[in-house]
Design a protein around this ligand. Structure first.
Ligand code: AMP
Ligand code: MG
Length: 305
């Protein structure tokens, strides 16, 4: 009998490092991972001819896009609605402005940002079959949901190829296929905010499930001792400031964990906890003051429990 070996692939897509380790032949793994390139070409707003770029530059006119783009847009609309607008994937103009300003070590004028928050909303997007019309002035930024969606699709492909043990990590969004080849669950470290890659504040068990973390430390810049991170309050266009340091969300599908962790972060602990309860999802939220708020049912290994 040939003994199967754990293989690992990694690459830079979606502006982050993506890794898959799996107990399977390297060709199967490489074929699944090559889908990253396909999705980047489809969903990135920085790829000139992607579906998302074509929608963003259509000035309110309908655009024909692929089934997959329709699927992710419907999911994004769903999360926009159930989060009361906290999850808003149409802040592309605002997030580009922040990115540019922070790269020049400055912050944008409040007035400039306010003018970018238009009266039109994502809910006014029309989807008829494969024709999508985004209201003029809005720009899609699927950074809060795309990685999770893509992980689910790649995990489906791995399962179809017969893979029973795999772990996907796309920029901190974790998805497991089965458990660890040893037989137990995968042990996932929840990163200590601003710590080194090896520092974790807790370990979570993951088996056929997903964990997504949204936090202030992930992307952004500190200017004059103020942290400007990448998750924006749709009401103000400024980075969310509500006392949350990082929130990890635990679900079965990666797309749900991804969208819900962003939504929770924006909505705040009270509304976020309510939203997650209704969605049957669990969370662990680290606050700036060092306290922890979590779903009572969630089991974590904190080295002292
Ligand atoms: P995550 O790290 O999954 O929480 O996603 C953060 C990314 O989602 C950002 O880098 C933006 O691309 C995008 N984003 C920022 N603010 C929001 C928001 N309020 N709703 C949805 N997506 C957002
Ligand atoms: Mg997210």
């Amino acid at each position: 009998m040939i003994k199967m070996k754990m293989n690992c692939v990694s690459g830079f897509y979606f502006d982050t490092i993506n890794t898959i380790q799996a107990l399977c032949d390297k060709t199967i793994l490489k074929a699944a991972f090559s889908r990253c390139k396909y999705y980047e070409k489809l969903l990135s707003r920085f790829e000139r001819d992607s579906d998302v770029s074509r929608i963003n530059h259509a000035q309110g006119m309908p655009v024909t896009v692929s089934d997959e783009t329709v699927c992710i847009l419907k999911l994004a609309l769903y999360y926009h609605e159930i989060s009361g607008g906290a999850f808003n994937p149409t802040l592309g103009v605002v997030s580009s402005t922040w990115k540019q300003c922070l790269s020049e070590d400055r912050t944008p004028e409040e007035q400039t940002i306010r003018q970018m928050l238009l009266r039109v909303t994502f809910s006014e997007t029309e989807i008829n079959g494969n024709r999508v019309m985004l209201p003029a002035g809005l720009q899609l930024d699927l950074g809060g949901i795309a990685k999770g969606y893509i992980e689910d699709r790649i995990a489906d492909e791995l399962r179809e190829a017969g893979v029973q043990n795999a772990l996907l990590n796309f920029g901190g969004n974790i998805l497991s296929v089965g458990g660890h080849p040893r037989g137990d669950a995968w042990s996932i470290g929840l990163k200590t905010p601003f710590g080194t890659d090896k520092e974790c504040w807790a370990i979570a068990a993951c088996r056929d499930s997903a964990i997504s973390t949204s936090g202030v430390y992930e992307r952004g810049k500190t200017i004059n001792n103020i942290r400007y991170h990448h998750i924006l309050d749709p009401e103000t266009g400024f980075p969310v400031k509500n006392g949350i340091y990082a929130v990890s969300v635990f679900t079965e599908k990666a797309v749900d964990a991804d969208a819900l962790s962003t939504a929770f972060f924006v909505a705040g602990v009270e509304k976020g906890a309510h939203l997650l309860k209704k969605q049957d999802a669990l969370f662990a939220c680290l606050m700036e003051d060092g306290s922890l708020v979590k779903s009572p049912e969630l089991r974590l290994d904190m080295g002292r429990e």
